[in-house]
Design a protein around this ligand. Sequence first.
Ligand SMILES: [Zn+2]
Length: 152
Amino acid sequence: MKCPFCFNDDDKVVDSRISKDGRSTKRKRQCNVCGKRFTTLETIISASPLIIKKDGRRESFDKQKLLNGLIKACEKRPVPYRNIEEIVLSVEKWIEETNLKEIKSEEIGKHVLDKLKNLDAISYVRFASVYLSFKDINELYENVSELIKKQS
Ligand SMILES: [Zn+2]
């Protein structure tokens, strides 16, 4: 890193501090030539987008977590494991292909539900009640009756 004061490329790190979310590091550097201090910010350049959770926290996409959630939603339902796996793979592919830097977890939920509604209505409702977190029973009812209308 070139010193912003004398432009020499000779410095030492005098202090490092990791941000609260752990995604960046601030380093205080001191120029070995002029002795002045400056701060640099180091962040992760991630290839895959981050998932924005409902509470605003960001995390990387967890394939296993989605798989577990789907297995739970499809428990004791006539949904073959192969189909569950296909949904997870299609979501993963969709995330990889999108050029977004961040995706709302809700968007992922909708993508999954789109696939799930053609497979099994009960699993759909189970998954929807977790991922879409309906305000109340009426909202859940509206969602389900819409699904029934589409199917019939
Ligand atoms: Zn300097």
